[in-house]
Design a binder for this molecule. Sequence first.
Ligand code: SF4
Length: 259
Amino acid sequence: MATFLFDEIVFGPVRSRRLGISLGINLLPTNHKLCNFNCLYCECGWSNEKIENLNTLPSLKLFYQKLEDSLSEMYLANKKLDAITFAGNGEPTLHPEFDKIIDATIELRQKYFPDTKITVLSNATLIANERIFNALQKVEQSVLKLDSAILETIKLLNSPPENYALDNLIDNFLRFKGNFVLQTMFIKGEYNGQKFDNTSELEVSKWIEIVNIIRPKLVMIYTIARDTPAKNIIKIQEEMLERIAEKVREIGIAVSVTP
Ligand code: SF4
């Protein structure tokens, strides 16, 4: 099926379903995805490379120049900008200079669009790293992924690294003291002969337990909107997403639903 890659370091602005008018940042390669997850639903397609040569990623200097070019152009054209969003072709926190890049982004945001929010979409695998954790503390929205509270489901949906451990992840979420957004993709279907449905009663009740422990400032619930690399993935209906959202509201946490 047709997935797509971003072909620039700074792209857009695009109108994002969840973030408004957003200038996107891709710190990863432009010709393939680079991620330590390999989600069945990834809009960038499958990861087919080991995480090894990170030195080919765009330098801080090049990034700074590209971001300043885009922001100054938008500023001079009197355009609106709700968000600067790190997403792109994989996991942004893998970039070796991620922390310095966040500092540079804050500096340029202050110069051109001081009211614009900086958002980082991350799979949360590197939040135990102090350098990454501190950088994520500086932005308005660290949007961290947790698609299930059951390890077997995570393994099937996300193909995480070998050392992925839910207990450690929960401890690391707790270090944010609620200053993060949790994002969860709800889907069902079948992959390699294994059926999955993270909207089942068991899945949602275990997921809610973890949400209640880590208590993010917002939960973003969504489902697939575009083609996925794996076949047989089924979009979840809005009614079901709303039912799950209601359970989040019941524990006193804000929630957004993107059907
Ligand atoms: S974490 Fe994001 S970039 Fe990585 S495989 Fe999953 S959806 Fe794709």
